[in-house]
Design a protein around this ligand. Sequence first.
Ligand code: PLP
Length: 495
Amino acid sequence: MKYSSTRGNGVKLDSAQAIIQGLATDGGLFVPDSLPKVDASFIAALQELTYEERDAKVLGLFLTDYTEEEVKGCVTRAYGNGKFDDAMRAPVKIFDDMGVLELWHGPTSAFKDMALQLLPQLMSTALKKTGEKDEVLILVATSGDTGKAALEGFRDVDQIKIMVFYPEGGVSRIQQLQMLTQEGSNVNVTAVRGNFDDAQSGVKAIFGDKSFAEELGAKGVKLSSANSINWGRLVPQIVYYFSAYADLVKAGKIQAGEEINFTVPTGNFGDILAGFYAKCMGLPVHKLICASNANNVLTDFLRTGVYDRNRDFYKTITPSMDILISSNLERLLFHMTEDTAKVAGWMKDLVATGRYEVGQELLQKIQQTFWADWTGDDDTKELIGRVFADKHYVPDTHTAVAWKVAENYQQATKDGHYMVIASTASPYKFNGSVLEALGAETAGLDEFAMLDKLQELNDDPTPQGLASLRTKPLLHKDVCAVTAMKQAVLDFAAK
Ligand SMILES: *Cc1c(COP(=O)(O)O)cnc(C)c1O
């Protein structure tokens, strides 16, 4: 299977090359030239398999230039080795009327682990397959979650180093501790004197600097990113839609072949797009419901066909969804139109005016699969309290956004298909907002006291990765000015 750009520059690559390169040279995203199809027996056979085995089966359909052994090695290193605290990796918590697909049992307690544990393995294997001799240096600017998940994924991976910049004082105390205690022989974490935009602009400037790339190239180092537009970050996410379906059939909750719905809390449109791929491949999915917070640019787009980022930006209790540019939407537009000129035009409009419009015909086609709504912080908190009271289950804030939107969908459409909600973070990760939603007093409590307090209410234990922060040594103390970031990269590259 070959991969080419959504914007039509005509270059065709194997998946290994697409994963090393990340972004196409015309600025587009890599997409597979055709989507593999599976039948009922393929899906039925998944029931008796482990998550890693399910993973290898589904990935094998896309990564046709990797051998079966290579794919198996990658998934074992990604999800095995005790890194996930649940034997099912991505278990479905099954309630009578719905299921909750828990995607946060990885080392950093959020759904980014599902992809960022596997991407480094796919990339490292790709380097070996393609005979690449250079070392790859991954640069990340983070506002919190992505940095830690990338560090955990890339730690001690062959031929790759990772360097994460975060805004000094601009991340939560837990997030900072998660990064400062990071272990691994190939990792660096540096605080930048500035805010997130400063850190991100600094990283972007480094990526855009050709002479700097040459200077690093002379030392045998190539820069790359762990960004969510990399095909190697998207493809792992397709697997858990299949896995969830297989588990529901196995549990007798649905019949084999019965269509179900998924509601997904959405930011960059990666998670829900993976569900779209699963549906295209033949997984019985009726509707994909896109849930947003007050930054509801996607709700508006999926209702009107107008994507317009010219609007106020809100800081919400669901920070991982505080996004106004959903990069992976470009892939959906490509698959729905197969017209690279149109896609390139819309993306050009987006850069020039912050807005594009896809027209009624395409909108109707999109709406056959997608439904969208959003919810604000107050309703999100109300839902957490209500779910706890009804089911004695504690969803995190992002999960709660999806849950509330799923309710809205069912009320608005009377659609009775079995509903699965994608749960993207452990409630312990966003413990302050969750405790408030549960009506608990948080004044004067530090992060660890809040973990303890939530533990008293919640049946599920505190994830090991968060609990162990109390005692882990701080390993990374570097701080630099924005203007010194390049030098910091050079110093780390030379190590
Ligand atoms: C990244 C993230 C999301 C959004 O996922 P996208 O793939 O960007 O749409 C939702 N919830 C949490 C907790 C996340 O970390």
